[in-house]
Write a new protein. Structure first.
Length: 231
């Protein structure tokens, strides 16, 4: 109990969560279990010495690079060109863009931080209520850890000894179902609140947006295809 209180005190003074957990954990095993500090540090290093765990920082790095390079804007534009002509178009764009970006970031935080700022601003400027835009963005960003590749699947696979490639394959259908359920809810709210269309459908705009986002869309194909192919 003492170490839990210590952990919350460290977090309260601004210490990063990971550092606080490591510090209190090491204190517990050294002071309460009598383990030698060098052995405790060695076990911590051994626990994270895992090649598959490299996927986590690299997924995060990929998401940050995409945000910095403007890939999120291209994904948003592609989604807008696909479903923006439907009533309540920007709400559909929100969900579709999150589904597309989920295949690149593997993280709900990266989705909300990258696409979220674009989606909420666009919906607010188009007359959508801020609470609806924020709630929809928060809900759609949870698709990020479901559609492969997924950081949470990597962690679970390593912990439980389950095939990560199998988890990736199993996450695709639930992710699509989540997106479909959100779109069904959007259809109901769009009719109830009389949301309009964002733009007219244009094949030229769709082809141009697809051309600009094509390389980004290949990211999940390369990652998941490589894993399922045995790389």
């Amino acid at each position: 109990m003492l170490y839990i209180v210590l952990l919350f005190l460290l977090l309260a003074v601004g210490m990063p969560i990971a550092v606080g957990m490591i510090a209190t954990g090491l204190l517990y095993v050294v002071l309460e279990m009598g383990m030698d500090p060098l052995i405790a540090a060695q076990r911590v290093a051994t626990g994270i010495d895992s090649f598959p765990l490299l996927a986590i920082p690299f997924f995060m790095l990929a998401a940050e690079l995409m945000n910095f390079a403007g890939i999120t804007d291209r994904i948003f534009r592609l989604a807008k060109s696909m479903v923006g002509a439907i009533s309540g178009g920007l709400a559909y764009v929100n969900v579709l863009a999150s589904m597309l970006f989920a295949g690149m970031s593997g993280s709900a935080v990266a989705d909300a931080g990258g696409l979220g700022r674009i989606e909420i601003k666009a919906m607010k400027d188009d007359g959508y209520e801020v609470d609806f835009a924020a709630a929809l963005t928060a809900a759609s960003s949870t698709i990020g850890p479901i559609i492969p590749p997924s950081i949470s699947f990597v962690i679970y696979g390593l912990t439980a000894g389950v095939s990560i490639g199998g988890l990736f394959a199993a996450g695709l259908l639930p992710g699509l179902m989540m997106g479909g359920a959100l779109m069904a809810l959007i259809a109901f709210y769009s009719k109830k609140r009389k949301y309009g269309r964002t733009q007219r459908f244009s094949w030229r705009e769709l082809k141009d947006a697809l051309a600009h986002a094509f390389l980004a869309l290949m990211t999940p194909v390369i990652i998941v295809g490589g894993i399922l192919g045995g790389i």
